[in-house]
Design a protein around this ligand. Structure first.
Ligand code: AMP
Ligand code: ZN
Length: 477
C-alpha cells in the first residue's frame, strides 16, 4: 500500500507524492524560545519526528526544516525587564550575535537537550527568525509591489480580501463586514479573520531592526513563509504543526506565500491534535503544563514519555495522565523484556516456516498501519501481537537463535520509527546496572522499600541479584 496522509487542506486522506520523487521536503513550526517547551509542544514534535522517520523508512530523502522563533512579544518584554539594549542593528548586515540572544540562547540550548532526550532526530536545519530579517523584508516588498498590503502608523498589513482563497485551510469564511479590520497581535481568535501585520513599525521599548521598510520588526507569520521558501523553495511537500497553528498562522502563511509567488506553497498540511490536561489544552497561559524536566525530576523516563506521546494517533486527542505514563512504561517494558529473552537464545537450527510467516506478517501489517496516515496505535498493537507470539515460542522451548534474530530484526526495523528500545545489548546491560546503582544508593539512604522494589522488578524480568562481599552481581535467571 502506498503512503497516505490526511491533508488538512483537502480534508481527506491522499497518497503522498513528493514534488521530486524520492525526496520529501518538510517544514515544521518550532518553539518560541522564551521558556522551556512543555510536553504538549513535544507531542507535536514527536509526531513530526515519527513522520520524518517513517518517510525515511519508505526510502525518501528527507529535508526537514524547523524554525526557531526568537523574536516575539514575550521575549522582548523579558529583554526590557533585564535592561537589554534593543537596537538589533542593520538587518542587511546581520551581526554574529544580537542583543536578544541573551534571552533566547539558554532556552534554545534547553530545547535541543530536551528533544535529544526524547530521541527526536536532528532536523536538517533550524533557522532562527532573527537571522532571516533580509529575506522577510524582501518578501514583504514583493507583496507591496503587487499592491496587496497597506501601511498604517509605520506598520504594514496584508489585506486578506486580495487573496480569494483566504480560508482554504481553516474553512474560515471571509466576513465582508470585517473587511479592512486589522490586527497587530500574531495570534487571534478563530472566528476573527482580519488583515494581519507583516511588519511592525518600531514602538517605544521594542526591539527593532533598521531596514528598507523602516525601523521595526517582522510579524510572526511572515517569518515562517520567508524561512521556509528560502531553504526549501517556493513550493514544497509537507508543512506541519499543532492544530492551533491552522488558523491564523498557517492560513496567513498560505495567503502571503502564494500571493508573492503565484505558486502552490505546500501540498500536504498535517496537524496534530493538542495534548490535553483535564479537558483543556496544555498551555503555558493555562498554567496546566509539565515540561520534560518537571517529569524527569519526578522520576519519569524520557523515552517512556516519548512512547506515551507516540502511542496515540496524532489526530486523536490525548489526555495527559500519570496512569497513561505508567501504562506506556509497562508496554515498553514488555518489548525490552522480550529482547532480553531473545538475546539469551543460542539454540541452533533454521527458521521455521511458521515463524518466518509470523515475522513477515507483522512486518507487513506494521508498515501498512504506518502508511495509513501514521497509525501508530495499530502498528504498536501488531508489535504486541508479535511479542505474545515470540514469548509463547520461547516458553515452549521452540525458538532457535536464527528465529530469535528474525524477531529482533522486526523490532529493530520499526524502532527506527518509534525509537523507544534500548540501543543494543550493551544498553540493556547498562539499564540493569543503573538500577543496581540506584538500589545501592537507596539502601545507603535506608530507603529499603525502593531497594526491594528494584530487586523485585528485576526479578520479574528474569534478572537475579546476588549481594556479595565484592558488591552486587547479577545474572539472568
Ligand atoms: P509555540 O511555542 O506555542 O509556538 O508552539 C510550538 C508548537 O507546539 C506548535 O506547533 C503548536 O501547535 C504546538 N503546541 C502547542 N501547545 C500544544 C499542545 N497542548 N499539544 C500539542 N501541540 C501543541
Ligand atoms: Zn510557523
Amino acid at each position: 500500500m502506498s503512503l497516505q496522509f490526511f491533508n488538512t487542506l483537502t480534508r481527506r486522506k491522499e497518497p503522498f507524492e513528493p514534488i521530486h520523487p524520492g525526496q520529501a521536503r518538510m517544514y515544521t513550526c518550532g518553539p518560541t524560545v522564551y521558556n522551556h517547551a512543555h510536553i504538549g509542544n513535544f507531542r507535536t514534535y514527536v509526531f513530526e519526528d515519527l513522520l520524518r522517520r517513517h518517510l525515511k523508512v519508505k526510502g525518501h530523502r528527507v529535508t526537514h526544516v524547523m524554525n526557531i522563533t526568537d523574536v516575539e512579544d514575550k521575549i522582548i518584554r523579558e529583554a526590557c525587564a533585564r535592561g537589554i539594549e534593543l537596537d538589533q542593528g542593520d538587518a542587511l548586515n546581520p551581526p554574529e550575535r544580537i542583543p536578544l540572544d541573551e534571552v533566547t540562547e539558554p532556552f534554545l540550548a534547553a530545547f535541543h537537550d530536551d528533544r535529544r532526550a526524547l530521541r527526536i532526530e536532528d532536523a536538517e536545519s533550524y533557522p532562527r527568525a532573527t537571522r532571516y530579517i533580509p529575506q522577510m523584508v524582501a518578501l514583504i516588498r514583493k507583496l507591496m509591489e503587487k499592491g496587496l498590503c497597506y501601511e498604517s502608523e509605520g506598520s504594514i498589513y496584508f489585506s486578506i480580501q486580495r487573496f480569494p482563497r483566504y480560508g482554504c485551510l481553516s474553512g474560515h469564511r471571509l466576513d465582508s463586514m470585517k473587511a479592512g479590520a486589522r490586527v497587530d497581535q500574531d495570534e487571534y481568535e478563530k472566528d476573527d479573520a482580519r488583515d494581519f501585520v507583516l511588519w511592525k513599525g518600531r514602538r517605544e521599548g521594542e526591539a527593532f531592526w533598521k531596514t528598507e521598510l523602516g525601523e521595526g520588526r517582522p510579524g510572526w507569520h511572515i517569518e515562517c513563509s520567508a524561512m521556509a521558501m528560502e531553504i526549501l523553495g517556493e513550493s514544497f511537500d509537507i508543512h506541519c504543526g499543532g492544530e492551533d497553528n491552522i488558523f491564523p498562522h498557517h492560513e496567513n502563511e498560505i495567503a502571503q506565500s502564494e500571493c508573492a509567488t503565484g505558486k502552490r506553497f505546500v501540498n500536504y498540511w498535517l496537524h496534530s491534535r493538542h495534548l490535553m490536561v483535564e479537558g483543556k489544552k496544555m498551555a503555558k497561559s493555562e498554567g496546566n503544563f509539565f515540561t520534560l524536566r518537571d517529569l524527569i525530576d519526578k522520576g519519569h523516563d524520557a523515552i517512556t514519555i516519548r512512547f506515551a506521546l507516540a502511542r496515540q494517533h496524532y489526530r486523536d486527542s490525548l489526555n495527559f495522565t500519570f496512569e497513561g505514563l505508567k501504562a506506556a512504561g509497562e508496554e515498553r517494558r514488555r518489548w525490552t523484556d522480550l529482547l532480553l529473552r531473545l538475546e539469551e537464545i543460542t539454540a541452533p537450527g533454521a527458521v521455521s516456516e511458521s515463524l518466518r510467516d509470523a515475522v513477515a506478517n507483522s512486518d507487513r501489517e506494521i508498515e501498512a498501519a504506518l502508511d495509513e496516515d501514521l497509525n501508530t496505535p495499530q502498528a504498536i498493537a501488531h508489535l504486541h501481537e508479535l511479542t505474545t507470539e515470540a514469548n509463547r515460542r520461547i516458553d515452549s522451548g521452540e525458538m532457535t537463535a536464527a528465529e530469535s534474530a528474525a524477531v529482533v530484526g522486526v523490532f529493530r526495523k520499526w524502532d527506527s520509527v518509534f525509537a523507544v528500545l534500548p540501543e543494543g545489548r550493551g544498553s540493556l546491560d547498562a539499564e540493569i546496572e543503573a538500577l543496581i546503582e540506584e538500589r545501592l544508593a537507596a539502601r545507603k539512604s535506608r530507603n529499603f522499600a525502593r531497594a526491594d522494589q528494584i530487586r523485585n522488578d528485576l526479578a520479574a524480568r528474569g534478572i537475579i541479584l546476588e549481594d556479595t562481599a565484592q558488591g552486587t552481581r547479577w545474572k539472568r535467571g
